[in-house]
Design a protein around this ligand. Sequence first.
Ligand code: PMP
Length: 408
Amino acid sequence: VYNLEQDHALRARAQTAFPNGVYGHQNSALLSPEHPQFFSRAEGCRLWDVDGNEYIDFMCGYGTNLLGYRHPKVDEAARRQQGVIDCATGPSPLMVELAETFNELVAHADWTLFAKNGTDATTICIMTARAQTGKNTILVADGAYHGASPWCTPAPGGVAPGDRQHQLTYEYNNVESLTAAVAEAGDDLAAIVVSPFKHDVFVDQEWPTAEFAAAARALCDQKDAALVLDDVRCALRFTMGATWETLDVLPDLCAMSKSVANGYALAVVTGNDKFRHGASQIYTTGSFWFAGVSFAASLATIAAVAEEGAIEAMKVAGDLLRDGLDQQARSYGFQLRQTGPVQMPLMLMEDDPNWEKNIFFCSQAAQHGVYLHPWHNMFVCAAHTESDIRAALERTDAAFAALKKKFG
Ligand code: PMP
């Protein structure tokens, strides 16, 4: 029988230990009461919560798990480095090797910078664009997430109005809206920030049209501004370079993180020579940014992605999951809206304006051992085999049955 006793005890302690429980995107209070908050073990595509319940996990650490949790080769490389040198007075040679690897892999990259979090990387891109162009205004898409610093955090708490100065918004995939925002920026446009595809919470995902991507590139060229790709969530899931390479559109600056070291803390900024001087003028650093373990893990991750055909494996798993869920939903009389690429699926339901059905469905799925998210895009990883997806679908069948019983 499903129970979350230990989980609830920990949640009660967390409520006092932290200002208001677990904060940020991993706060399970935003999901259903049956979504566990605390986990004690992870392997491959599976998680075990503190009460011992097992889940086939489709959140993959919100994207940090690319090859499978505790990937043997990545963990071995990290352990080896840990035994020699990690965080010290200066970096290990691996830092140069990894930068050269990114400069080689990423089509637009002439140089690379490393940091720890996605927010570091997107912030560095914006500082670089401003330092290079001597201009201030940046354009971001309405509803897009670029991190949790005052300039980009989605909640108003603690943000001074000045922190958001010099920012205009446009509608993703809407060339007219982008063009209007560029016009509004006048002669002050430093950067257009784009997500590789629209992957906002609560709404259908959208792959960019060729027209939109081309317009973003052309407008940046016309205005001598930086095209900044926020690839934090998508890097290494579609191609070994920047995700817009699949559209033949190269950004000037690209922010990556999450998956690039398969769960070890690393963020990456890549840039072209046009922005080298700007990047050399900003002061950016962090106590843990030069640590060797993450560099070793990233080198091993990049090697494993290629060796194991990880990008193709995620596509295969994602296709199976999408088709399976679709068929299952229809057989129970429900219609799903599964949008975006299959490797990063978002599953919403028709006739479900408050996500009530979906939250109930995902809560049932959790109780049957599948971790799904009702309004954030999910992730498949390269460790999701065909048999894992089939096992997951057996479990979601029970969740659809419960949904039918409750909602008819
Ligand atoms: N950009 C995007 C597209 C993201 O998905 C995230 C993280 N969810 C960030 C930036 C910020 O990354 P981090 O939480 O590591 O600072």
